[in-house]
Design a protein around this ligand. Structure first.
Ligand SMILES: *[C@@H]1O[C@H](CO)[C@@H](O)[C@H](O)[C@H]1NC(C)=O
Ligand SMILES: *[C@@H]1O[C@H](CO)[C@@H](O)[C@H](O)[C@H]1NC(C)=O
Ligand SMILES: *[C@@H]1O[C@H](CO)[C@@H](O)[C@H](O)[C@H]1NC(C)=O
Ligand SMILES: *[C@@H]1O[C@H](CO)[C@@H](O)[C@H](O)[C@H]1NC(C)=O
Ligand SMILES: *[C@@H]1O[C@H](CO)[C@@H](O)[C@H](O)[C@H]1NC(C)=O
Ligand SMILES: *[C@@H]1O[C@H](CO)[C@@H](O)[C@H](O)[C@H]1NC(C)=O
Ligand SMILES: *[C@@H]1O[C@H](CO)[C@@H](O)[C@H](O)[C@H]1NC(C)=O
Length: 903
């Protein structure tokens, strides 16, 4: 089995035998298309194919009455069931119901939208069923999961999903919620431009650092990501760092489709004196036609739109030129390349610093967009020979495989950035009871700061307080700025306890994290005070101005890059010396030493007390655990129903196929078939009768029957057929079984003759023998029994007709031959006794057993298979060589969470 699987593993992925690696799924979830890839032992690393062997899946879910459809089937439903086909759902992830995003969506889609209890968007089917955005996206993830599991041949739980770099925490939460609803576990979210960069770096090295731009023109937006690549030496691997991002949320393929459809709408209305906008089906048909025309206009200067029976029984046909399309998009032209400029400006670079521009995203095929980019960056900068369409999903898979630590991937270190200014605010303690409390606002993660960093804020507070997290400006029109409120509680008690322990001027420290996946959270909050340590307490006092100042606050970057680490070295050393529970502080040897010294003086354990944090989502909350549980069971219920339907379908089809096969077998025409030869007239009659009955039943009841009935009916027929099949199988198997029996018979006889001769010779020469005469006689007895039995029954079997049951079964023949074989093997394996007195009866049996030998052979084969596959991997300069590291326990329930801090 292992060897087989190894042989099928292609160059991209290899594994060592006996490792049980869990698969990693990557999903590039786009507005129009989903691409996925599964990294799994023994499965060639590639893009996942859908059921029609396509490399991408249209991002649509739909219902045809009660049948749920995905992909293009679901998209195409819109022209017949405009309220039951849902596409471009990505636009609506976390969108507030009254935001511009939602009104834009209603201009492109015929779907009916309703508001959820969280003030986000749900879709309403024609039958009244409502599905939240997260549920519909979750269904798509779950669909991909099933495809991946079918390919990997095992459960797939871990997933990495791409998101645009401008996705705020609201949207990232919505993505993770959908992942959890789908029963998956989030390894990470990765910005799509970054994923393309990872893929780019996989097959390249950068001895001198280079900057490249990933220009991604998708359906709902255009974004540009400036990325630096460097490979300082082979041991440290390749560093990828995002340097700047630019984006435009209002241009992209969908907007072009919309404008193209407007042209078609105008053309229809002018010609027919009717408003096609009033007809949902007609609008859906035109939407699909606009997409088709756009593709044609990418390669041609003119196209003919044709929609039969678009509405009111009218066949619609019109010519449309690329020029008129481009005129309709005139105002967008300046925006196509703007993200490149923005990204460069944010990175502090100019085009001169850029080695190449990698184009990705379906809309880069639109001539006016490509022309705009070429004009902006120069033809010579456009990277050729980069298959960027699948780069994001492959890059994400490679990154996910690295994160999962279950596959060994090329050593690539990825540093991404946060694209928004994020600030934290809190109320200052009132200086006097009369004055209104002042709000203090401070930037914590400015735009362009690195993801995957922590900052520690220090507060002089006596009471519980709240940290409010805001985007400095709205992340998209209609989105709120406040995304998180964290209350830090238990302050007074903790400070009192610290003071009791002798701490002077205790403070509150909160660790804020911007995770690699782009989530902001308060990962730790403690009360901290130095206890009976004069030198440090003195310093602290000095630093806080003797504790009389109103509010003292210092930022301490932990894990921060050197560039950001300039602030307060004093507090930085204090905080890491304070045995703060966050084990992630970058302790240098000096700091460790400091810590050790302090351990001797005070009891560092006592100088921090953990505080409680309570998270509140003030504006667009993620789904609650309860919401997600419900959603998951709704989805599971559909999955189970569909599986039951599929099983029934399968049972029916196979029953039907079986009936036709049996009818063929019984056919008069087919005379000398094994079936005829091995069956008797009466048996065939019984089968024919049952068969007729079954055909009638299938015709009458087939549509309403249960799965079990199909199975039962089939079983009844198979019971009648079984004896016939058995005869045939026995006839087929008999010659080999007989040969084997005779072989053992023959070898035993040979052995006995030779062994007897040797025994006699050895006895004459007074040499030790391996066997005693008694043992040889016993073997001969076994042989005789075998021979006698064989002779007798083979004779009887000869008289048996083909259509009669055999008198001896090959199974028994094999069992009897085995007895002889075992008896023989026991003596053959015997070694010559080393120290011998007279005749020995010492039995040192079964030393090198057959199984041990087999194992050795097997191991040798496995080794060579492994060597072969890794050689191929090296040839292809491939990078993924899994190592046998421990796995996540199987079947583990994927937990549901409201906060995604852990990401
Ligand atoms: C490789 O580079 C890293 C960091 O750039 C450095 O710390 C390390 O010493 C280098 N190793 C060799 C073998 O040059
Ligand atoms: C970018 O290019 C400018 C001009 O060619 C050069 O002075 C600068 O050092 C470059 N910056 C980087 C980061 O390479
Ligand atoms: C912190 O939360 C825990 C559990 O919710 C609670 O038992 C404890 O009393 C809280 N402590 C403080 C100081 O609020
Ligand atoms: C403070 O001290 C009291 C008494 O030792 C203890 O019960 C309580 O849990 C402590 N509170 C905190 C927040 O450590
Ligand atoms: C019997 O088996 C031996 C060894 O497997 C083989 O060489 C021989 O051809 C077989 N003879 C028949 C009649 O199957
Ligand atoms: C009999 O003796 C010969 C010569 O020592 C040896 O090669 C052969 O294997 C022996 N036969 C058996 C069955 O032990
Ligand atoms: C078993 O082998 C012996 C010796 O080769 C032969 O004489 C005898 O016919 C065989 N018996 C059967 C049943 O094949």
């Amino acid at each position: 089995m292992h060897i087989l699987r190894l042989a099928s593993a292609l160059s991209f992925l290899t594994l060592l035998p006996h490792s049980a690696l869990a698969s990693v799924l990557a999903i590039d979830y786009g507005t129009d298309w989903i691409k996925a890839s599964v990294m799994s032992p023994g499965v060639p690393f590639d893009v996942l194919l859908n059921k029609d062997s396509k490399r991408k899946i249209q991002s649509s879910v739909g219902w045809k009455k009660t049948d749920r459809l995905f992909g293009t089937d679901a998209f195409n439903l819109a022209s017949r069931f405009p309220s039951d086909s849902f596409s471009s759902i990505k636009y609506l992830q976390a969108a507030p119901f009254d935001s511009e995003m939602v009104s834009y969506y209603t201009s492109i889609s015929t779907a009916e939208l309703v508001k959820t209890s969280r003030n986000t968007v749900a879709f309403k089917q024609a039958d009244g069923n409502e599905w939240s955005v997260e549920e519909l996206v979750g269904m798509q993830f779950s669909y991909v999961k099933q495809l991946a599991e079918a390919l990997a041949g095992e459960k797939v739980s871990d997933v990495i999903v791409t998101v645009p770099p401008f996705f705020s925490q609201f949207q990232r939460d919505a993505v993770v919620d959908a992942i959890e609803i789908a029963g998956l576990r989030t390894l990470a979210l990765i910005n799509d431009g970054t994923a393309v960069a990872v893929n780019y770096a996989m097959t390249r090295t950068f001895p001198t650092p280079e900057y490249h731009i990933v220009y991604d023109a998708g359906a709902s937006s255009i974004r540009a990501t400036v990325v630096s690549f460097s490979t300082s030496n082979s041991t440290s691997g390749t560093q990828i760092a995002v340097a700047g991002v630019g984006y435009d949320l209002a241009t992209g393929g969908t907007e072009l489709d919309r404008r193209l459809r407007e042209i078609l709408v105008e053309a229809f209305n002018a010609k027919n004196k009717k408003d096609i906008r009033e007809d949902k089906r007609g609008m859906a048909k035109l939407w699909k036609e606009a997409g088709r025309i756009k593709a044609i206009l990418s390669a041609n200067t003119e196209a003919t739109a044709t929609v039969e029976s678009i509405a009111w029984d009218i066949d619609f046909k019109t010519k449309i030129s690329r020029a008129s399309f481009e005129t309709a998009c005139e105002d967008l032209k300046d925006r196509f390349a703007q993200p490149v400029e923005d990204a460069l400006r944010n990175a502090g670079l100019t085009l001169d610093n850029i080695t190449s521009v990698i184009l990705t995203g379906g809309s880069t095929r639109t001539p006016m967009i490509q022309a705009a980019v070429r004009a902006a960056v120069g033809d010579e900068k456009i990277a050729l020979n980069v298959n960027a369409d699948e780069a994001a999903v492959l890059g994400a898979a490679l990154h996910g495989a690295g994160l999962s630590r279950q596959f060994k991937t090329k050593n690539i270190k990825v540093t991404d950035i946060n694209v928004f200014d994020i600030q934290v605010s809190y109320l200052a303690t009132a200086s006097s009871s009369a004055s209104k409390p002042r709000t203090i606002t401070t930037g914590v993660f400015p735009a362009g700061s690195k993801a995957g960093t922590k900052k520690t804020l220090t507060f002089k507070r006596k009471e519980d307080f709240v940290l409010n997290f805001d985007y400095k400006t709205p992340v998209a029109p209609g989105f709120p700025t406040r995304f998180l409120e964290v209350e830090i509680t238990g302050v007074a008690e903790a400070l009192a306890n610290l003071t009791d322990l002798g701490a002077s001027d205790p403070v509150i420290k909160a660790t804020l994290t911007m995770s690699e996946s782009g989530f902001v959270s308060v990962t730790n909050a403690v009360a901290f005070g130095e206890i009976k340590d004069d030198s440090i307490a003195g310093k602290l006092k000095g630093f806080f101005g003797g504790g009389s100042s109103e509010e003292a606050q210092v930022e301490t970057p932990e894990n921060a890059p050197p560039r950001e680490a300039e602030s307060s070295s004093l507090l930085a050393s204090l905080s890491s010396a304070s045995a703060a529970p966050s084990g992630s502080a970058n302790s240098t040897p000096e700091k460790e030493k400091e810590k050790d010294e302090k351990k001797k003086k005070a009891t560092p354990k006592d100088n921090t007390i953990s505080l409680n944090t309570t998270v509140v989502f003030p504006s667009i909350p993620p789904m609650t655990v309860e919401h997600k549980k419900n959603a998951r069971s709704r989805l599971r219920a559909i999955d189970l129903d569909e599986a039951a339907v599929a099983r029934k379908e399968e049972a029916r089809n196979s029953f039907e196929g079986y009936l036709y096969r049996m009818r063929d077998l019984l056919d008069e025409e087919n005379r000398d078939t094994p079936f005829k030869q091995c069956s008797q007239e009466a048996e065939r009659k019984a089968i024919a009768a049952k068969l007729d009955e079954s055909f009638v039943w299938l015709h009458d009841k087939g549509d309403v029957a249960e799965t079990s009935q199909f199975l039962d009916k089939r079983n009844a027929l198979e019971t009648l057929e079984r004896p016939i099949v058995h005869r045939y199988q026995e006839i087929e198997a008999f010659p080999a079984a007989l040969n084997s029996s005779q072989m053992w018979n023959w070898s035993t006889r040979l052995f006995l003759e030779e062994a007897r001769a040797n025994l006699t010779a050895e006895a004459a020469a007074d040499l030790p023998s391996k066997w005693t005469a008694e043992e040889l006689s016993a073997l001969e007895k076994t042989l005789k029994e075998h021979e006698t039995w064989l002779n007798e029954w083979v004779e009887k079997q000869k008289a048996v007709q083909m259509n009669e049951d055999p008198v001896i079964e090959t199974k028994e023949m094999k069992a009897r031959a085995k007895v002889l074989e075992t008896a023989l093997a026991r003596l053959v394996k015997r070694k010559v006794p080393k120290t011998v007195k007279k005749k020995t009866t010492a039995t040192s049996e079964a030393e090198p057993t057959a199984t041990a030998a087999e194992k050795e052979a097997e191991a040798a084969e496995e080794t060579s298979a492994t060597a072969e596959t890794s050689a191929t991997a090296a040839d292809a300069q491939e990078t993924v060589i899994p190592t046998p590291t421990p796995v996540v326990p199987e079947g583990e329930q994927v937990p549901l969470q409201t906060t995604h801090d852990e990401l």
